[in-house]
Design a protein around this ligand. Structure first.
Ligand code: ZN
Length: 149
C-alpha cells in the first residue's frame, strides 16, 4: 500500500511539474474559466469538439499542485473520448473524490486513481475537482465561468 501511495505521489508531482496539454487552444469551441476561491486555484479550460468527441483540450492557469496535476491528468485522459464517456468518467471521478470509492471502483481509473488520496484532505477535494467541473460545464455549455464556492 505504501508503494502505491508513493507511486500516486510521484504521478501528482510529475503532472504538477510538467503539466500535459498546458497552454491555449486558439480554435477552441468552448472556453471555461474555473476558480476555487478557497485555495486560489484558477484555470482556463479550452475544448475543441468534433462529432461530439473531444478532439483537443488544453488548460492554463495557476494553482496548487493538486489542481494542476488533476487538470493535467484529466486532459490526458479525455482527449479523443466521446462526450458521453467523458460525462460518465466525470461521475466516477466525482464519486471517487467525494464518497470514498473502494479499490474496485478505482479499477480502470489508471493514473486518475492517484487523485483518490485527496479524500483524506477535504480542503483539497475542490482543488482536485476544479478542472473536472470546468470540463463538465464546457461539455454541457451551461456557462463560461464556474466557481467551486
Ligand atoms: Zn488548490
Amino acid at each position: 500500500m505504501n508503494d502505491l501511495r508513493d507511486l500516486y505521489r510521484e504521478i501528482i508531482l510529475d503532472h504538477n511539474r510538467h503539466p500535459r496539454n498546458f497552454g491555449e487552444l486558439p480554435d477552441a469551441d468552448r472556453v471555461v474559466e474555473g476558480v476555487n476561491p478557497l485555495c486560489g486555484d484558477r484555470i482556463t479550460l479550452y475544448l475543441k469538439l468534433a462529432n461530439d468527441t473531444v478532439q483537443d483540450i488544453k488548460f492554463n492557469g495557476t494553482g496548487c499542485a493538486i489542481s494542476v496535476a488533476s487538470s493535467s491528468l484529466m486532459t490526458e485522459r479525455v482527449k479523443g473520448l466521446p462526450a458521453t464517456d467523458v460525462m460518465a468518467l466525470f461521475e466516477r471521478v466525482h464519486d471517487m473524490l467525494t464518497t470514498g470509492a473502494t479499490d474496485a471502483d478505482a479499477e480502470g481509473m489508471d493514473k486518475l486513481a492517484a487523485l483518490a488520496g485527496v479524500r483524506e484532505y477535504p480542503a483539497r477535494v475542490k482543488c482536485a475537482s476544479l478542472g473536472w467541473h470546468a470540463l463538465r460545464t464546457a461539455l454541457t455549455a451551461q456557462d463560461d465561468k464556474i466557481s467551486t464556492e
